[in-house]
Design a protein around this ligand. Structure first.
Ligand code: NAP
Length: 299
C-alpha cells in the first residue's frame, strides 16, 4: 500500500514526488516511457526563474537525481486503469494507494497525413533536440507556429544549410523574441498561411508538398521535416474518475482536484492557460501538498 501513486515522471510528476518524499510519504511513480517528459526535447530552457540557461535534458536529469536521492521508487509500466478506490492497474500489475496524482502530460500532435508514419525516423521527427544533428548542412522544414516550432527553427538554423518554417496562419502563436531572431537569419524562409499536405520519397523523405490558402501547391525538396504542431493529451483511460474537456484535457475546479476525492491532476494534462515548466512544477507541488493534507484530515 502506497500513500501516493503518481502517474507520469515529467516535471509535474517528479515535483509531486519530491514534495511527497520530503513529507516522508511512501510514493510510487509509474511511467510508460522514460523520466523527464516533454522538457527532454527542449534545447534550452531560459525562462525558469533563477536559472539562466539549461538544457531540457539536464533539467530533467537534475530533477530525477534530486528525487532519486530521496528514495524515489519508479516503475516503467503503462497505466491502464485507475479506480475510485485508488487501485491502479498497469500492464504488469496492480497497485494500491491512498491518493493518486495524474501527471501524464501530453503527446506530440500528428499531422495525420498518410506518409507521416512511413517516414518517421527516415526524415520525419518530432524532436529537433534529439535528431537535429543528423541534418548538418542539409535542408529541413519545421512545421508549426508555437514556441516549440520557433525554437526548433532557430536551433536548426545553426545546423542545417536551410530551414523552411511552415505555419498555417500569418501570425505566430509563439513569442516575438523568437520570430524577431528568426527573421534575421539568412537561411530561414517562412512559408505562411500554408499546410503540409503530402510527403514524398523512396526510402527516405525527399520532399514535402505545401498548400496555401488559395489551394496552390508547391513541392519543396527537404532532407528532414520537424513536426512541432503542439500536443494532445491522452486521458480517455481516466474517464471513469475525471471529467475531460472536448480537447482531451482533465477538468479541475481549482487546478489540482478532480471529481473523485484523493485523485488529483497536475501539469500539462489538465485544462490550464499556460503550459510551461514553471506551471508544471507549481501544479506538482500543490497536488502533492493537497494529497498529503487531505490524507491527514482523513486519518
Ligand atoms: P502550441 O503552442 O500549442 O502551438 C502549436 C502550433 O502548431 C500552433 O501555431 C498551431 O497553429 C499549430 N498547429 C496545431 N495543429 C496543427 C495542424 N494540425 N496543422 C498545422 N499546424 C498546427 O504548441 P508548442 O509550440 O508545442 O508549445 C506548447 C506549450 O509549451 C506552449 O504553452 C508553449 O509556450 C510552451 N513552450 C514554451 C517554451 C519556452 O518557453 N521556452 C518552449 C517550447 C514550448 P495555430 O497557431 O494556428 O493554432
Amino acid at each position: 500500500m502506497y500513500d501516493i501513486i503518481i502517474v507520469g515522471a515529467g516535471p509535474a510528476g517528479l515535483t509531486s514526488a519530491l514534495y511527497a518524499l520530503r513529507a516522508n510519504k511512501k510514493v510510487l511513480v509509474l511511467e510508460a516511457k522514460s523520466y523527464g517528459g516533454q522538457i527532454l526535447n527542449a534545447h534550452k530552457v531560459e525562462n525558469y526563474p533563477a536559472i539562466d540557461s539549461i538544457t531540457g535534458f539536464d533539467f530533467a536529469t537534475n530533477l530525477y537525481n534530486q528525487v532519486k536521492k530521496l528514495g524515489l521508487e519508479i516503475k516503467y509500466e503503462t497505466v491502464l486503469h485507475v479506480e475510485t478506490d485508488k487501485t491502479v492497474t498497469t500492464n504488469k500489475g496492480e497497485y494500491h494507494a491512498k491518493a493518486v496524482i495524474i501527471a501524464t502530460g501530453a503527446q506530440n500532435r500528428k499531422l495525420n497525413i498518410p506518409e507521416e508514419q512511413e517516414f518517421l525516423g527516415k526524415g520525419v521527427s518530432y524532436c529537433a533536440a534529439c535528431d537535429g544533428n543528423f541534418y548538418k548542412n542539409k535542408v529541413v522544414a519545421v512545421n508549426g507556429g508555437g514556441n516549440t516550432a520557433l525554437e526548433d527553427a532557430l536551433y536548426l538554423s545553426n545546423i542545417a544549410s536551410k530551414v523552411y518554417l511552415i505555419h498555417r496562419r500569418e501570425e505566430f502563436r509563439g513569442e516575438e523574441v523568437y520570430t524577431k531572431e528568426l527573421r534575421q537569419k539568412e537561411n530561414v524562409e517562412m512559408i505562411l498561411n500554408s499546410n503540409i499536405v503530402a510527403l514524398k520519397g523512396k526510402d527516405q523523405l525527399e520532399s514535402i508538398t505545401v498548400e496555401n490558402q488559395n489551394q496552390e501547391r508547391q513541392e519543396i525538396k527537404v532532407d528532414g521535416l520537424f513536426i512541432a504542431i503542439g500536443q494532445d493529451p491522452k486521458n480517455t483511460i481516466f474517464a471513469n474518475v475525471v471529467d475531460i474537456n472536448e480537447k482531451g484535457y482533465i477538468e479541475s475546479p481549482d487546478g489540482v482536484h478532480t471529481k473523485v476525492d484523493g485523485i488529483y491532476v497536475a501539469g500539462d494534462t489538465r485544462v490550464k492557460e499556460l503550459r510551461q515548466l514553471t506551471t508544471a512544477v507549481s501544479d506538482g507541488s500543490i497536488a502533492a501538498t493537497m494529497a498529503i493534507k487531505e490524507m491527514k484530515n482523513e486519518a
